[in-house]
Design a protein around this ligand. Structure first.
Ligand code: NAD
Length: 479
């Protein structure tokens, strides 16, 4: 398969052909066409024309039907899509199966919401009427990373469609083949109005950079790192675009002294290691009372050393490789830094033996660092790296949990309801799980406080980035 651009319901094969690689074995996976400025201009023009035509934005039943068709379409290629995402992202296949099911579920949820949007009417004084309508904002730019190419695309696209927006998508180049399969599903939907959804591949970031400052884009729905989110905010300022930013995180897990330690360790191992720690909500910090430190460290080391590292397509692998050489090198530097400044409990290393070839497999790290201002505590490491920190009382636990600039998610482990509820309210994060981690669901809003983002996706609020509210006022006076 060669992944092409999709513009105005036509496949466009302009641009040099490059290919994606498997992080698991470095093999060539999928060819794709690289975009150009003129291809991007065509895609934006196509989305604008479709938006202004009224064929899409005024027909909520049609858009709901499209989302149902898309759910069916993804289901019909589920196994092909699972294999492609696994190959391109290096995420182990069991986790990818879950991701694809979540994307299907997302389409169905927003198909319902597409048909369930109403305005409001108010009469603030006699003889007056205020009508509040919700209108789609216009053309949405959707920019997504490689780490969950199905869920993260549909999580932005489905509410954009439900709201009545048209879209230009810029996928991550690392997962161009996975995105190509999703675009084929979109193209097969008979209810898609030509031009309503367009997609342009990129060999790097050039297309994205043009997209985020383009005057014909009304809203940017971006998922990716905080550093890029800041650049996008700057680039979008010129035309004052609406921004929905889903950015990085550094999730803390607080174990209180009365917690069920075994249950907490189970959840923390599962919550820290999905996709080798390359997940925005992955636990990066474990906060424990001083007297539980050695017990928790021993259990974590034990469990993490047992995880089976291997090819993402192998059904018994629990940890796959990091995405690329740059990520593996960055990880080695983090480990070296921790050796210098912290206490090592499990020292992660590059596994480049005969068994692993030249791919980027690394084993997990567990280290303790006391200094809350240390860069390893403050930075998103996006790798299988767990820091253990200690606290003397609950206030210090909360203070530590809130001490990075991130605020995406957190979890709290305790048998005492009031501790759990108090902690959940005091932690500055968009999601706090109690006695579990990473229970993401389409009905529940997700998003970040502080440098983890702006706005929410999922749930009813997921529609908000794509809608404007209009007040229509009339006076009808006396008899
Ligand atoms: P990234 O920011 O490098 O890239 C993400 C996307 O942005 C890609 O499509 C890329 O081509 C594009 N991009 C890169 N530079 C750009 C620029 N200057 N202008 C416009 N677009 C640009 O992120 P990544 O390393 O690929 O992904 C990992 C990051 O994404 C992590 O920080 C992770 O926490 C975050 N993430 C967040 C969520 C969430 O829901 N909050 C979900 C998944 C990933």
């Amino acid at each position: 398969m060669t992944a092409k651009h999709f513009i105005g319901n036509a496949w466009i094969s302009n641009g040099d052909i490059i290919y994606t690689k498997s992080p698991s074995d470095q093999s060539q996976i999928c060819d794709y066409h690289k975009g150009s400025q003129s291809t991007l201009e065509d895609a934006i023009h196509s989305a604008r024309t479709a938006f202004e035509s009224d064929q899409w934005k005024s027909r909520s039943r049609l858009r709901a039907q499209f989302l149902i068709e898309l759910a069916d379409g993804i289901r019909s290629v589920e196994e092909q899509l699972v294999l492609m995402i696994t190959s391109e992202s290096g995420k182990v296949i069991s986790q990818v199966r879950h991701e694809v099911k979540a994307a299907i579920n997302e389409c169905i949820y927003y198909a319902g919401l597409s048909r369930a949007q109403f305005g409001r009417v108010a009469e603030f004084d006699s003889g007056q009427q205020s009508l509040f309508t919700r209108e789609p904002i216009g053309v949405a730019a959707i920019i997504v990373p490689w780490n969950a190419p199905a869920t993260l695309l549909i999580r932005s696209l489905a509410p954009a469609v439900a709201a009545g927006c048209t879209a230009v998508i810029k996928p991550a180049h690392e997962s161009a083949g996975s995105h190509g399969i999703l675009m084929q599903c979109i193209a097969r939907c008979s209810s898609l109005v030509p031009g309503a959804i367009n997609s342009v591949n990129d060999g790097g970031i050039a297309m994205s950079q043009m997209l985020v400052s383009h005057p014909e884009i009304d809203v940017i729905s971006y998922t990716g790192s905080t550093a890029t989110g800041k650049k996008i905010m700057e680039a979008a300022a010129g035309s004052l675009k609406r921004l929905s930013l889903e950015l990085g995180g550094k999730s803390p897990a607080i174990i209180f002294e009365d917690a069920s330690i075994d249950q907490a360790i189970d959840e923390i191992v599962r919550g820290a290691m999905p996709h080798s720690g390359q997940m925005c909500t992955a636990i990066g910090r474990v906060l424990v009372p001083k007297n539980l430190h050695s017990q928790v460290v021993a259990l974590l080391v034990n469990r993490l050393s047992e995880l089976k590292i291997g090819h993402a397509l192998s059904s018994d692998s629990q940890i796959g490789p990091l995405i690329n050489e740059a990520a593996a090198e960055r990880y080695s530097k983090f480990v070296d830094q921790a050796k210098k400044d912290g206490e090592m409990h499990l020292t992660g290393e590059r596994l480049d033996s005969d068994q692993f070839g030249s791919a980027c497999y690394v084993s997990p790290t567990v280290a303790s660092i006391d200094d809350v201002n240390h860069s390893l505590v403050q930075t998103e490491l996006f790798s299988p790296f767990l820091l253990v920190e200690t606290f003397v009382d609950k206030d210090e636990a909360i203070h530590r949990a809130n001490s990075t600039t991130y605020g995406l998610s957190a979890s709290v482990y305790t048998k005492t309801t009031k501790w759990a509820q108090r902690a959940a309210r005091q932690i500055k994060a968009g999601t706090v799980w109690i006695n579990c981690h990473n229970r993401l669901m389409v009905e529940a809003e997700t998003g970040g406080y502080r440098t983890s983002g702006l706005g929410r996706l999922h749930g009813v609020e997921g529609l908000a980035p794509f809608l404007e509210t209009k007040h229509i006022y009339s006076e009808f006076g006396e008899w």
